[in-house]
Design a protein around this ligand. Structure first.
Ligand code: GUN
Ligand code: ZN
Length: 437
């Protein structure tokens, strides 16, 4: 790659050369040829003031600073719709399913974030790691501690990135140091919303850990917050693990289903992001469609924790939105390419096939639209923020050989998606600025 330094006065302009790939709409299930795939080989992506202003085949005039990534793939930065910042510390922990895994590994790691210095260092490490894995935007669980949420917001703002997060709510069934109260949680959330929600590229999510760790009173408070502040997100977990589903049934016998616990508390809306959704039924899927809530499918985590095989096709048929997430530390990598590889294998076990188009769309434009952020991120349309990643088509001789034999675009992109990982990442740009990766 050759790089020219920015000319004073034009520092906010940049032209990136490479093979541009994005989507103009949602691909159909199973279609390897799709009119919504936009592939522009050897084009220039034009960036001004942090935003994409166009794309062209001809080289820009000499006044444009440029980074030449020719022969490399340029994609919108990946969006990870469900990931836990403190859980980098427990990634790849052996031997348990969800409820044991939380008690044995995860809660002790999250207790450490009561220490503000630990939370600040962890936030910086986490966001830099996202960039180094090709992810430029995320919906994140920090911990129950207000200061750790604050640290994450501040670190995201310093990096100019789109981030959605909020203080984790849990007032029961959690160990000492990880429980809040309804009243204190409401005060903390209200203060954080006032200072961070809509501040630059940041947004607040009412963050119910999952139904078992919030009392009915706390769920009601969370629902009231969502109604009181327009534009807030809501994130939680739903129907991930069979023992968890049984526990929720015992705790909330009045609810029709696990998802219904959230619906009854007023927590389902177009800005609700529910991780997993493996053990849902048709009525739940209809409720998702009617509310506009999305499932953050977390394939790596679902395999690693032995949670189950998500029925993506049924969600799609019901009209429920599906995005893709790493769910680190249940998931074993921050790299969305690895998530998509696992997603393909889960669908294969269900007798379905996930195209590269459906997979990549769910981690870019599809996720952006499900978050009501389609006018900011997820594609290479003019007007979008210049959050983009540059990837080597192949890392190593096996991938090189396989890609050289690809007979059409889907075959090539599918082989890249299936063989690639963070070692293919060549550069990450956030709001038009190159991030150190
Ligand atoms: N359910 C409640 N908390 C968690 C968590 O931290 N990770 C996962 N995968 N599921 C959860
Ligand atoms: Zn999770």
């Amino acid at each position: 790659m050759t790089t020219s330094s920015a000319t004073p006065g034009l520092a906010l302009r940049l032209a990136l050369r490479g093979d541009l790939l994005d989507f103009t709409g949602a691909p159909e299930w199973g279609a390897t040829a799709s009119p919504v795939v936009r592939f522009r080989p050897d084009h220039w992506l034009m960036i001004e003031g942090g935003r994409i202003v166009g794309a062209q085949a001809e080289a820009p005039d000499a006044s444009w600073p440029r980074h030449d990534h020719s022969g490399q793939l340029i994609l919108p930065g990946f969006i990870d719709t469900h990931v836990h910042s403190p859980q980098l510390d427990v990634i790849a922990s052996y031997g348990t399913e969800l409820l044991d895994w939380l008690n044995t590994y995860t809660f002790p790691a999250e207790q450490r974030y009561a220490d503000v210095a630990e939370a600040e260092a962890g936030a910086a490490r986490f966001l830099d790691a996202l960039f180094a894995h090709g992810t430029t935007s995320a919906v994140v669980f920090p911990t129950v501690h207000k200061a750790s949420t604050e640290a994450l917001f501040a670190a995201a703002q310093a990096r100019g990135m789109r981030l959605i997060t909020g203080k984790v709510l849990m007032d029961r069934h959690a160990p000492d140091g990880l429980r809040d109260t309804v009243a204190q949680a409401e005060l903390d959330c209200t203060d954080l919303i006032g200072r961070w929600h809509g501040n630059g590229r940041l947004a607040f999510a009412v963050t119910v850990r999952f139904a078992p760790t919030s009392s009915p009173e706390q769920l009601a408070m969370a629902g009231a917050l969502c109604q009181a502040h327009p534009g807030l997100y809501m994130q939680t977990h739903v129907a991930e693990n069979r023992d968890e589903v049984r526990w929720v049934k015992e705790l909330f016998p009045e609810a029709r289903s696990y998802l219904d616990v959230y619906a009854r508390a007023g927590l389902l809306g177009t800005r609700s992001v529910l991780a997993h959704g493996i053990w849902l039924d048709d009525d739940d899927r209809a409720a998702l469609r009617e509310s506009g809530a999305q499932i953050a499918h977390s394939p790596s985590s679902n395999l690693f924790l032995g949670s189950g095989l998500f029925d993506w096709r049924a969600a799609e048929a019901a009209g429920a939105a599906v995005s893709v997430a790493t769910d680190v530390g249940g998931g074993t990598s921050l790299c969305q390419l690895r998530s998509l590889q696992d997603a393909y294998k889960i669908q294969a076990l269900r007798g379905e096939r996930l195209t590269a188009w459906k997979a990549l769309h769910a981690a870019t434009r599809g996720a952006a639209e499900a978050l009501s952020l389609g006018d900011e991120i997820g594609s290479l349309e003019p007007g979008r923020m210049a959050d983009v990643c540059v990837w080597d088509w192949a890392a190593g001789p096996v991938a090189q050989r396989r890609l050289s034999l690809a007979r059409d675009l889907h075959e090539k992109v599918f082989a890249w998606m299936t063989l690639g990982d963070e070692r293919n990442l060549a550069a990450t740009y956030v709001a038009g600025l190159r991030a150190p990766v």
